[in-house]
Design a binder for this molecule. Structure first.
Ligand code: FE2
Length: 294
């Protein structure tokens, strides 16, 4: 796999204080080195950041960070981009602003800004959740997964599959819309592509959702209780997905898009996995709330 894992998400926010409250009090993430209205880093593990909140004019996803194992992998990827005519840029000072050794930016066919990087800084202070979460499952599986509004679908799918080497874990017909779940490590999917554009009612702040995985079912239940007590809006009720068997709920973030908070997902072996068609999304639960009337 050329891409090791989902590394981080960068979010532009009109209200970073709301993100600080939501991120620490509801999700249980830990404030990092940068903690002000301009830039907020939120930690989920020993890394210096897993969410970067940048103060700005809009509430939306600004970039998706994909981790590479080392400098040579980045070199090889750039050689492939050169050969294939994929445009990329190194933004002056951006690697330092993300706490990584080196970074290049690429825009995918659906318009998402991707940051391919290696060498993220590790903090000396251990991760301690301010909300008492026992921990987040990251490490070799990365931050979690992102689900994108992938339009045009075929071109976006080909970019991730052929250019970046993601594997197809499974797929589903979502009422006439394709949904493809892609892996780049043992996590069932680090990325999912849904064949809609950003005008779809469930795409908010540019994203379908971000998933973070906690260590235990108890962590998820307690996060659900915190969100309910704080009056957060839920996008989906508690449930268990059919494909990754994630026990989770979805809560709206200050950017609009929901964050799926889960635990207990299955792992796959990327070397032996064969793609399957899973035409039912859930084993139970996950009722979608707030579906607009037709
Ligand atoms: Fe998900």
């Amino acid at each position: 796999m050329k891409i090791h894992s989902l590394g981080y998400l960068v979010i532009q926010s009109t209200d970073p204080a709301a993100w600080r409250d939501f991120g620490t009090r509801i999700l249980g993430l830990m404030p990092g080195r940068h903690d002000d209205e301009g830039t907020l880093w939120l930690r989920a593990d020993e890394r210096c950041q897993r969410l970067v909140i940048e103060g700005g004019e809009a509430d939306e996803v600004a970039a998706i960070g994909w981790e590479l194992r080392n400098d040579l992998v980045l070199e090889d990827l750039l050689a492939e981009f050169d050969a294939a005519g994929v445009a990329y840029e190194r933004v002056e000072g951006l690697a330092a602003r993300r706490g990584v050794a080196d970074l290049v930016r690429v825009t995918d066919p659906a318009g998402y800004v991707l940051e391919f990087y290696w060498g993220m800084q590790v903090e000396p202070a251990p991760f301690v959740s301010p909300a008492g979460v026992s921990g987040f499952r990251t490490g070799s599986a990365g931050l979690g997964h992102v689900v994108l509004a992938a339009h045009p679908f075929a071109e976006t799918n080909a970019f991730y599959r052929r250019r970046l080497g993601f594997g197809l874990t499974d797929f589903a017909d979502m009422g006439g819309t394709p949904g493809h779940f892609l892996h780049t490590n043992e996590r069932h999917h680090s990325l999912a592509l849904i064949g809609v554009d950003r005008s779809a009612w469930f795409v908010k702040g540019g994203l379908v959702h971000l998933m973070v995985e906690m260590k235990t079912i108890t962590d998820v239940g307690m996060a659900h209780a915190r969100a309910a007590a704080a009056g957060c809006e839920f996008f989906e009720t508690l449930g268990e997905h059919a494909n990754d068997r994630m026990f989770s709920f979805y809560v709206d973030s200050p950017a609009g898009f929901p964050i799926e908070v889960g635990a207990g997902a299955v792992e796959i072996d990327p070397d032996t996995w064969t793609s399957v068609d899973i035409p039912f999304p859930d084993m139970w639960g996950h009722q979608v709330l707030g579906v607009p009337e037709q």
